[in-house]
Write a protein that binds this ligand. Structure first.
Ligand code: AOF
Ligand code: ZN
Length: 372
């Protein structure tokens, strides 16, 4: 089988995904080492603070008895030029005498951006990039990392399920609108984000779990389905963020099942919440005149806590407040073909996003909106 440059580039993203859920706030990075048109080593950044993808790939090649001198290194992100938790990858690539480095995307991290390329070039290594067609096709891949590393504000995705007539459910009732396979897609979305945010009403009505019970094949659906094989993926539950200004959440709710939660509350509720849950689980945020949290303040504080991405799963008021504050980067609608006939239906939010992608899971149309 003949491989082309684009196949190797796509493979770097496929490998990068093996780190998903484990590397944040670092980016997911994958690396493929090619010699005589054959892959001799592969690697990915496996966990935060761990070795970078290039180091893993070179080690993988050497463990199999290959010499990487003269090889061509494909990497999903520009090799780093700085000493962070690990030494600069460019130094290692120079020392190992690779002959070419093919870069999918420049690193948006201001500590690295362009410097990695320059150092490699100065050392006489050939540097090339993915074609602009390929970069455009996968431009979403580092969008969340790019936002976080340049603004220190998390990337915000909203998610709702609605009927084809725009009903999100019935007031006060726990109701499943989308199909079972679509629920599995949600696990993939949760794996992709550092935290899941819901309002206290959702806890009262739905008592959601908000975990990643399995990583489904639909995880690939809207971004990775063109990649050739399923990567090895290790599920992990994201941090659960619960907005509860008035202290109405039942203490035995599923979201409090283990230590992995943060209750966002207001001054008057803080002391009693801290007494029950412990100080480290409480975040006090001031409320505005209309009694809701200031979302820009909240997001800045969460960014300072190294939370690089958040999936907002509801309910309707919480979603509305995120739209009002204009803080969504992406909004995902699961549109089921069913309808709800009832006098107390909850209407889905109206927004001004641009439709970026639509695909189907079973009977549900999955619509992804950007640019609000
Ligand atoms: C690479 N390869 O696999 C990754 C890179 O603290 P450190 O040392 O882990 O550095 C983190 C930064 O390095 C991160 O912000 C990003 O700019 C880059 N990540 N670079 O060459 C990798 N994960
Ligand atoms: Zn590196």
């Amino acid at each position: 089988m003949k491989f082309y440059r684009d196949d190797f580039f796509r493979r770097t993203l496929f490998l990068a995904l093996c780190g998903r859920g484990h590397v944040s706030p670092n980016p997911e990075v994958g690396c493929v080492i090619v010699k005589d048109k054959k892959i001799i080593g592969e690697g990915w950044h496996p966990y935060y603070g761990g070795p970078h993808a290039e180091v893993q790939a070179i080690q993988n090649a050497e463990n199999q008895g290959y010499c990487v001198a003269g090889a061509c290194v494909f990497v999903s992100l520009e090799p780093c030029a700085h000493t962070g938790k690990t030494p600069p990858c460019v130094e290692m690539l120079i020392q190992k005498k690779v002959s070419e480095v093919c870069i999918f995307f420049l690193d948006p991290n201001p500590l690295v951006s362009g410097k990695g390329v320059q150092i490699l070039k100065n050392a006489g290594i050939l540097v090339s990039f993915a074609s602009s067609n390929l970069q455009n096709e996968y431009s979403f891949f580092y969008e969340p990392f790019q936002k976080y590393i340049t603004t220190h504000i998390p990337f915000i995705t909203g998610k709702i399920a609605k009927t084809k007539n725009g009903e999100m459910g019935i007031i006060g009732e726990n109701m499943r609108i989308s199909g079972d396979e679509t629920q599995k897609f949600t696990y993939g979305l949760r794996q992709k984000h550092d935290a899941i945010l819901v309002g206290a009403h959702t806890i009262l009505v739905d008592n959601p779990h908000l975990g990643v019970r399995e990583i489904p094949k639909y995880y690939e659906e809207y971004e990775e389905n063109t990649l050739p094989f399923l990567p090895q993926k290790v599920p992990r539950d994201p941090l659960r963020l619960i907005m509860d200004p008035h202290g109405i959440c039942p203490h035995n709710a599923q979201v409090f099942r283990d230590e992995n939660f943060l209750l966002i509350t207001e001054k008057t509720q803080k002391v009693s919440a801290e007494k029950y849950f412990g100080k480290s689980h409480i975040l006090e945020i001031p409320v505005q005149k209309n009694n809701s949290f200031s979302l820009p303040v909240l997001l800045q504080i969460l960014g300072e806590k190294k939370i690089a991405s958040i999936l907002v799963e509801g309910g309707e008021k919480t979603i509305q407040s995120f739209f009002q504050a204009n803080v969504f980067d992406e909004f995902i609608e699961y549109e089921s073909p069913n309808i709800i006939i009832h006098k107390n239906v909850i209407p889905a939010p109206i927004h001004s996003g641009k439709l970026w992608k639509t695909f189907f899971i079973g009977m549900d149309a999955i619509k992804i909106w950007k640019d609000f």
